[in-house]
Design a protein around this ligand. Structure first.
Ligand code: NCD
Length: 339
């Protein structure tokens, strides 16, 4: 694919070579993300960071990624704080904000809305999650993390055995990640969900049509015994008609250290797009896993900065210039707390 000047709206835009290109560029961003050097390659550029749904890590890591490349970030958060609350259309908002920005990252509760917004934008738009549809940058950072974790254990994405657990119907991260995995070879995907929250049939069919194995189950313990990755997800409460309806599923699948020890292989990597719902009635990933070295959730969030830096550098076509705008770091960057 041509990255320069393109919108990033769906993982369907990416072939295997494109994914590998993003990952190579992400690797090259490590010295800047880890504060060994700075770069000002995007000095003067402005990111319009528009988040019309709750977000912590996606919004902040988009902003950090842009800052780490030397750019500035302008934020709009919450429909209630924007002119959309006064009845403004996505078209008008896109025309306006794209006049103030060099690139836009956007999250919105309605599936397809980011694409509609992008059609009216004068600058590239990156999808930060559109309803239950897609979350391409999360899928790329998840797959980047998977690649690093399995490589570390002598494996590869080809032949990967992965279980996705929880709300596979409304979870946009598992939709995008599954479609991205379809570009690789011999993936074995186990979908663990209540019958009402199963992975959409077209995604299952898409994987099968490309020669992958997909198994569906509604039981967790018996299905996580032979996987490289156990990818847990939150019940997407905001997509249900009521909190009561979401409560029917909350807490159905809970992974903790005792269950992990009893059922998983010793090297199984535990992932989650976060936020994990840590309330007692949900607790899909128990805090007693925090010291488990195979818990990769905070490696995922760290990798999110690298992958988003890579996407900005590719879309704004500065990959070849990043080191030309380098400078040393002037502040204390020694050991950080907890390292
Ligand atoms: C996810 C999302 O927003 O889709 N979060 C994220 O971006 N890391 C998952 C979720 O909210 O459960």
């Amino acid at each position: 694919m041509e990255f320069a000047g393109s919108h990033i709206l769906s993982v369907e835009q990416f072939g295997r070579a494109d994914i590998e290109r993003v990952f190579d560029v992400a690797d090259s961003m490590a010295p800047y993300a880890h504060r060994r050097k700075i770069t000002r390659v995007l000095e003067g550029a402005i990111l319009g960071n528009m988040f019309f749904e709750p977000s912590t890590r996606t919004r902040v890591s988009f902003g950090c990624a842009f800052n780490l490349l030397g750019g500035e970030v302008r934020e709009t958060t919450g429909i209630e704080n924007s002119a959309i609350a006064k009845g403004e259309s996505l078209y008008d908002t896109a025309r306006v904000i794209s006049g103030y920005s060099d690139v836009i990252a956007m999250r919105h509760p309605v599936a397809g809305s980011v694409k509609e917004f992008a059609a009216a934008s004068r600058v590239p738009v990156v999808n930060g999650g559109d309803g239950a549809n897609e979350h391409p940058t999360q899928a790329l950072l998840d797959l980047y993390t998977i690649g690093k974790e399995v490589q570390h254990r002598g494996g590869s994405i080809d032949g990967l055995r992965i279980a996705m657990i929880g709300d596979l119907r409304f979870g946009r991260t598992v939709h995008s990640l599954s479609k991205l995995l379809a570009n690789f070879d011999r993936v074995h995907l186990t979908c663990i969900a209540p019958a009402e929250l199963r992975m959409p049939g077209e995604i299952v069919e898409h994987l099968r049509a490309r020669g992958h194995t997909v198994v569906e189950s509604d039981a967790m313990e018996s299905s996580i015994g032979h996987v490289d990755i156990a990818y847990s997800t939150r019940i997407q409460e905001e997509r249900f008609a009521s909190r009561e309806e979401a409560n029917l599923y909350r807490g159905r699948y809970r992974l903790n250290q005792a269950i992990y020890t009893q059922y998983c292989e010793p090297n199984t990597v535990i992932m989650h797009p976060l936020p994990r719902d840590s309330r007692a009635e949900a607790n899909e990933l128990d805090p007693d896993l925090n010291e488990n070295p195979n818990l990769a959730i905070f490696r995922q969030t760290d990798n999110g900065v690298l992958v988003r830096m890579a996407l900005f550098a590719l879309v704004l076509d500065v990959v070849h210039l990043v080191d030309r705008y380098e400078a040393p770091v002037s502040w204390y960057t020694g050991k950080r707390f907890g390292e």
